[in-house]
Design a protein. Structure first.
Length: 279
């Protein structure tokens, strides 16, 4: 069964994957990028091509989400982590997922004023272009050949969409800022949520948590990328890969964004910002 690691783009999902990969898939909690292969991205062409459908058509993809996930979940005795940037949406009446295929969701959220900076750098585009994405519903990969379109939606829509799991106690909200500032406390909270959700007997120990956190410090991730590259980093207009791992700073929007952009984000995301304490 699937445990979703859901987030809006550039909100700390890869950092969360790194922590979980080191803890669950490394015998001594040593981290390498290869470990991330244990936590796949969804939706992905590999899960839709066997269905013989047009993977570039978002309506056809929406119709086949549950079929693709049913194939993933053939062994229901084990749980699997999947990263997704998709909103929890219904398109043409077809849901992104359901409780027959999903155990629950860990949702990681980040201040949208910081997201817009990180996302613009990631895509090598002006802040104003990224701002439009943050504030409006949109698809990614919808014009990329052989890639599955992903309905992301606006930042507010995305955050609200996944709260559907909250009422059935299969939802854990983690603020990126809290995870960065109090790593041990919040990572232990994540592990306890997974253990309760899956009714597993894996050990949660302070020593392993400390080792995992040490192995996945931003400085180490940066050095690994410098030495080996990172296949998930996007290519710029020159065909060169942009840097993926940065400092992961919080509140970087102070002194970086101009007042018009700040005002635009704050107005559109006002309800959610207040709810999350992003004042």
């Amino acid at each position: 069964m699937i445990i979703w690691l859901a987030s809006y783009p550039k909100s700390g999902n890869t950092f969360l994957r790194s922590l979980l990969s080191s803890y669950f898939f490394s015998k001594d909690n040593t981290f390498s990028f290869e470990l991330l292969n244990n936590i796949k991205q969804y939706p992905h062409r590999d899960y839709f091509l066997p269905l013989g459908i047009d993977i570039n058509n978002p309506h056809t993809v929406a119709k086949n989400h549950l079929k693709a996930q049913k194939n993933i979940n053939k062994n229901k005795k084990s749980f699997k982590f999947f990263k997704t940037h998709s909103g929890f949406v219904k398109m043409d009446g077809f849901s992104f997922t359901d409780l027959n295929n999903s155990l629950g969701v860990i949702y990681i959220v980040r201040d949208p004023r910081d997201v817009v900076i990180s996302y613009a750098k990631h895509n090598d585009e002006p802040i104003e272009t990224t701002l439009k994405k943050i504030n409006e519903n949109y698809l990614i990969n919808n014009e990329v050949k052989d890639e599955v379109p992903v309905y992301v939606g606006s930042w507010s829509f995305h955050y609200n969409s996944w709260k559907q799991f909250k009422g059935i106690k299969k939802y854990l909200l983690i603020k990126y800022e809290d995870l960065v500032q109090e790593k041990e406390f919040n990572f232990k909270k994540i592990l306890e949520f997974i253990k309760n959700l899956t009714k597993s007997d894996f050990e949660i120990t302070d020593s392993r948590i400390k080792k995992t956190i040490k192995e996945t410090e931003f400085e180490k991730l940066e050095k690994l990328e410098e030495k080996f590259g990172f296949k998930e980093s996007p290519k710029n207009k020159k065909g060169q890969r942009n840097k993926f791992f940065r400092k992961g700073e919080i509140n970087q929007w102070h002194g970086t964004l101009d007042t018009k952009i700040i005002s635009s984000i704050e107005k559109v995301c006002e309800k959610e910002r207040i709810e999350l304490g992003y004042l």
